[in-house]
Design a protein around this ligand. Sequence first.
Ligand SMILES: Cc1ncc(COP(=O)(O)O)c(C=O)c1O
Length: 366
Amino acid sequence: MKAKASIQGLEPYQPGKSLEEVKRELGLTQVIKLASNENPYGCSSRVFEALETMKNRLHFYPDGSARELKEKLADHLEVDERRLILGNGSDEVIQILCRTFLEPGSESVMADLTFSRYEAGVRIEGATPVKVPLKEGTHDLEAMLAAITDQTRIVWICNPNNPTGTIVSHEALSDFLDRIPEHVLVVLDEAYHEYVTDPSYPDSISLLDYNPQIVILRTFSKIYGLASFRIGYGITHPDLIREMERVREPFNVNGLAQQAAIAALEDQSFITYCRMQNRRGIDQITRKLEELGLEYFPAHGNFVFFDAKIPGEEVFQFLLRKGLIVRTGFGPTNVRITVGKEEENDQLLQALEELIISKRGLASNV
Ligand SMILES: Cc1ncc(COP(=O)(O)O)c(C=O)c1O
């Protein structure tokens, strides 16, 4: 049996190493995972109460249209419910977008480096990814505009960008949208939206009315701490939602995830707390990077991307042996670390300092 041509050469997604995997492999009892941009504070305790109420409802199919959650979400975002589509993680909304708008012969413009699922989704549909290098770690909007052709269907803007953490400002984005041809959809992936504190960050929802061709992606996996449930969503014009609904699986968001998300949304003080702690964590991490003379990009999400100036794989293995999991593979010497709790960041920074200093010592002895 031969699989379809468009998926030949596609690598399966490589997730960060799991805690259990690392504990087993290295015989460690304590491991800190700062590799997948998860929330170190978990989720709101209200979620546990909501799950309790689901105990006797597990044999029922979930509400396929997620009416209650959509109502609450629409209220929270101050948008019309008809503008919302839910997914099994925003990963699935990315897949739905590709399935709905791409076919062989179409092109899709994205940054190089950015979130890897855009390219995978595009390729699976037999369409062509067009990659535009980042400029100082940020989307190069001028070059992305120049890469648009009559065949372009989707342009992806990851804001903040994973893995670099940089943002595109409201002004730059509005100007970009003004110059986008009508046949092109612009996806604004805002998985880390709730972490951003920079005042220049776009108020993307306010742009929806004037730009029927934008789709905003958000998720409950990051600051809401519900990654395990798999739930994310898209916000766009109702006409586009109708097209996307044609390809959505009928029960794509499970019942537990729906109830967990409703409860999590109600606890906005937890979100504010996590945002503040994250800011402190970024300051703690970047202070140490500066002390060590390591360059990093401005971090607007819940992770910091820096140049270790030694092979990333070496950093990864050294930290792993100390029970610390980070993410590499984004270029030879780059490392991405998720912001943890203060004591977790401390452990990581101490280990990193030890490695960097020992390498410098070795270099100066040569
Ligand atoms: C930029 C970005 N978009 C989307 C996702 C997918 O999130 P989820 O499918 O958990 O909602 C991630 C996860 O890391 C991400 O970093």
